[in-house]
Design a protein around this ligand. Structure first.
Ligand SMILES: [Zn+2]
Length: 297
């Protein structure tokens, strides 16, 4: 076991880094805006520089591992990035490129897998065998951990529930399908649906606030959101029957997901009295970056 672990959570808008020392004590942390969201070369250069800067904070001569969580997955056959909502990554050999720039191996996994892994190891999923982790933010990702191991699957798409098409007439998703779960229950999906129906631009936060203040448009949109959440999650419970579900991402702070949303999920699941706990994350925004540190090599 190496004495230090560097974890990087490469996000579409922000990138965070952490250095863990012995017993996973946090030694250093930094969060910066991501550069090059639309240009792979700029993004690669940004990531490389950020990792090099971070390495300066490790005592000279001490060994360390590096793990990176990315908004996508590495195709097990071609080793190119696939399924990334930071679309400039798609089709590029990110792992090979960053390893040759750093002249060392790095661990790379999907950010939702990193989140689920962290919550399974040390978060609210730690007492459960099969944990389904969900990130609901700008997008909607998912991951599966079984007995504290990430389940990747032969196509590296295990847990990618956000791209299950639930509405053939729904909006077009970046993945090419229509009406994906992501278009229904992510922040950007709800905001777009609100704009299409009411011709008014409101943020997800404003929609939630409006719902709590009994605004009719916000109530209608938010009820639709809770129902979509329930229907999509209910189906998932029926397929996987996990021991626990842990929610992360900005939308996981919406209290109604754990009351009305959970009730609706139970209503849609094949077994109407599902006992599966739907839990809020414990590690908060840190889960992604900690998970990345723990997958490092
Ligand atoms: Zn999709």
């Amino acid at each position: 076991m190496k004495p230090y672990k560097i974890g990087i959570d490469l996000g579409g808008t922000k990138t965070e880094v952490v250095i863990l020392g012995q017993d996973d004590t946090e030694q250093y942390r930094k969060r910066v805006p991501t550069q090059g969201q639309n240009d792979y070369k700029v993004l690669l250069d940004f990531l490389h520089t950020f990792i090099r800067d971070t390495m300066q904070h490790i005592p000279e001569g001490d060994d360390f591992s590096i793990g990176i969580g990315i908004p996508g997955a590495i195709d097990p056959e071609t080793h190119l990035v696939q399924n990334a909502n930071t679309t400039c990554l798609i089709g590029n050999p990110l792992q090979k490129d960053i390893e040759s720039l750093l002249d060392r191996r790095v661990g790379i996994d999907n950010d939702a897998n990193c989140f689920t892994f962290a919550e399974s190891l040390k978060g609210n999923g730690k007492d459960y065998n099969l944990v389904f982790g969900i990130i609901m933010g700008t997008g909607c990702g998912g991951g599966i951990c079984i007995d504290k191991h990430i389940r990747k699957g032969p196509n590296s798409i295990a847990g990618e529930w956000g791209h299950f098409s639930v509405d053939p007439n729904g909006s077009l998703c970046y993945c090419g399908n229509r009406g994906c779960v992501e278009t229904k229950i992510s922040g950007s999906g709800v905001e777009m649906a609100f704009y299409n129906t009411f011709k008014k631009k409101l943020s997800m936060q404003e929609i939630v606030k409006g719902y709590r203040a009994n605004d009719p448009a916000c109530t209608s949109a938010f009820n639709q959101f809770l129902d979509d959440f329930g229907r999509c999650l209910g189906g998932l419970l029926s397929v996987l029957d996990p021991d626990a579900v842990v929610l992360g991402g900005g939308l996981s702070n919406i209290d109604e997901l754990y009351t009305i949303g959970t009730e609706r999920a139970r209503g849609y699941a094949f077994h109407r009295h599902t006992i599966t706990p739907i839990l809020k994350n414990r590690l908060g925004d840190s889960a992604g970056v900690l998970g990345a540190a723990w997958i490092g090599v």
